[in-house]
Design a protein around this ligand. Structure first.
Ligand code: A3P
Ligand code: MG
Ligand code: MG
Length: 378
C-alpha cells in the first residue's frame, strides 16, 4: 500500500521512478528460491562451415561416438596434429549476433508464440547468458554487454573488454596448445555420421560449428538464444533436441581430494551454467595427464552437478546464478527504454564491483547490422 502511494506521489509530480543506475552482484543478495526457468525447446539450428560461412541446416552436427568400454580405456593424444593440422578461427573478426540474426531473419515470420512474441523477447547468445549466471561467483574476468532495443526486442551482444583483448593478443604458446587440445578431444569423441567412428587423422578447424536456436523463459523474461553444441548422441534415451545433445570438456587429471574440491567449485559451475541453460543433460569429461593424453572419461549429468557443492560453504548455488541473471535482465529491460537500433547501453562489470551502464550512439558499439535493420523495417 505504502509503495503504491509512493509511486502515485511520483506520478503526481509527473516524475516516474527512474531506473537504478547500477546492479550489485553479491551472491547473498540473490539466494532466494530457484526462479521459473522454462524447459528450453529447440526452434531450429544452423551451421558454420570450414570457411565460417552460414548454412541454415545441421550439416556441422556431429555424432557422439565414445570409445568401446570393453578394452583398457582411451588413450587420446590431444597434442597430435598441433600445430600442422590446426585451422584456428580468426578471433579478430567480431561476429557479434550476426549469425543468429541471419537465422532470425529467415524464421521470424514463423516463430511459435505468435507474431508479437519476438517483440517481448530478449535475443542473445547462450555464452553471454552463461557469463551472467556465473557473475556472482566470478573473481577473475569482467565483461561488457551491449544492449539495443529494436521493434520491442532487447538484443544483448558481448563486447570484448580491453583486458580480455590484451590477454588474447598475448596468449602464451602453452595456452594456445591447450585450446587446441579441447577441440582435439571433440575429434576423438565424435563421428561425422551416426554409427560411424571418429577420424582423428584430419584437421581441427575451429571455424566449423553447429548451433542450436532455442526458446525459453526466465521468470517473466522470454528468451531466444543460440548456443554451440558439440554433438548429438544417436543412442540417447530421448532423440528430441536438446535432450540428445552432449557437451564435451577436457580437464586436468586429478589425484588429490583438494584438486577435486577446487574442480567442483570452479570448473563445474561453468560447465553447469553452460549446459543447464541450453538443456544439455550430460557433460562428458576427458581427463588429460601432464603429457596431454586422455586416459579416463567421466559423465557428469547436468542436473547432478550441484550435489558436489551442496554441502560446501565455498560452493556455488544454482538459485543465486539464476536469480542474478533474472535481476540483470530486469535491470537491462528497465534501462534500455528507447527503441533505436543505433543506440547502445553498455553494461560493464568488473569483479568486486556492481554492474554499471554507459550510453553510446553508432560506431563502435552499435551492433545491429544495417542488413538486419533494413530487412525488418520494410
Ligand atoms: P575444453 O573446455 O574442453 O578445454 P566448449 O567446451 O565450450 O565446447 O569449447 C571447446 C573448446 O574451446 C574448449 O575445450 C577450449 O579448448 C576452447 N575454449 C572454449 N572457450 C574458451 C575460452 N574462453 N578460452 C580459451 N579456450 C576456450
Ligand atoms: Mg563446444
Ligand atoms: Mg565442449
Amino acid at each position: 500500500k505504502r509503495r503504491a502511494e509512493r509511486v502515485d506521489g511520483a506520478e503526481r509530480r509527473n516524475k516516474l521512478p527512474s531506473p537504478a543506475s547500477s546492479l550489485p552482484t553479491d551472491p547473498a543478495l540473490y539466494s532466494g528460491p530457484f526462479p521459473f526457468y522454462r524447459r528450453p525447446s529447440e526452434l531450429g539450428c544452423f551451421s558454420l562451415d570450414a570457411q565460417r560461412q552460414y548454412h541454415g541446416d545441421a550439416q556441422a552436427l556431429r555424432y557422439y561416438s565414445p570409445p568401446p568400454t570393453n578394452d583398457q580405456g582411451p588413450n587420446f593424444d590431444l597434442r597430435d596434429g598441433y600445430p600442422d593440422r590446426y585451422q584456428p578461427r580468426d578471433e579478430e573478426v567480431q561476429e557479434r549476433l550476426d549469425h543468429l540474426l541471419r537465422w532470425l531473419l529467415d524464421h521470424r515470420g514463423k516463430l511459435e508464440g505468435g507474431p508479437g512474441w519476438l517483440a517481448g523477447a530478449i535475443v542473445t547468445w547462450r555464452g553471454h547468458l552463461t557469463k551472467l549466471l556465473t557473475t556472482p561467483y566470478e573473481q577473475q574476468e569482467g565483461w561488457q554487454l551491449a544492449a539495443s532495443r529494436f521493434q520491442g526486442t532487447l538484443y544483448l551482444s558481448e563486447v570484448e573488454t580491453p583486458a580480455a583483448r590484451a590477454q588474447r593478443l598475448a596468449r602464451p604458446p602453452l595456452l594456445r596448445e591447450l585450446m587446441y587440445m579441447g577441440y582435439k578431444f571433440e575429434q576423438y569423441m565424435c563421428a561425422d555420421k551416426p554409427g560411424s567412428s571418429p577420424d582423428p587423422s584430419g584437421e581441427v578447424n575451429t571455424n566449423v560449428a553447429f548451433c542450436s536456436v532455442l526458446r525459453s523463459r526466465l521468470g517473466s523474461h522470454r528468451l531466444l538464444f543460440s548456443g554451440e553444441v558439440d554433438c548429438t548422441d544417436p543412442r540417447a534415451a530421448s532423440t528430441q533436441p536438446p535432450a540428445c545433445y552432449v557437451e564435451l570438456k577436457t580437464s586436468k587429471e586429478m589425484h588429490r581430494p583438494g584438486h577435486w574440491r577446487s574442480f567442483y567449485r570452479h570448473k563445474l559451475l561453468k560447465w553447469w551454467a553452460q549446459s543447464f541453460l541450453l538443456g544439455v543433460p550430460n557433460v562428458v569429461a576427458g581427463f588429460r595427464n601432464p603429457e596431454g593424453f586422455v586416459c579416463s572419461l567421466k559423465t557428469f549429468p547436468t542436473m547432478e552437478m550441484f550435489e558436489y557443492v551442496r554441502n560446501d560453504r565455498d560452493g556455488w548455488n544454482p538459485s543465486v546464478c539464476m536469480n542474478f541473471c533474472a535481476a540483470f535482465l530486469s535491470f537491462a529491460q528497465n534501462t534500455v527504454v528507447q527503441d533505436d537500433p543505433r543506440l547502445v547501453h553498455l553494461f560493464s562489470w568488473e569483479p568486486g564491483s556492481p554492474v554499471t551502464v554507459s550510453k553510446h550512439r553508432d560506431a563502435p558499439y552499435a551492433f545491429l547490422p544495417m542488413w538486419y535493420v533494413e530487412a525488418v523495417t520494410r
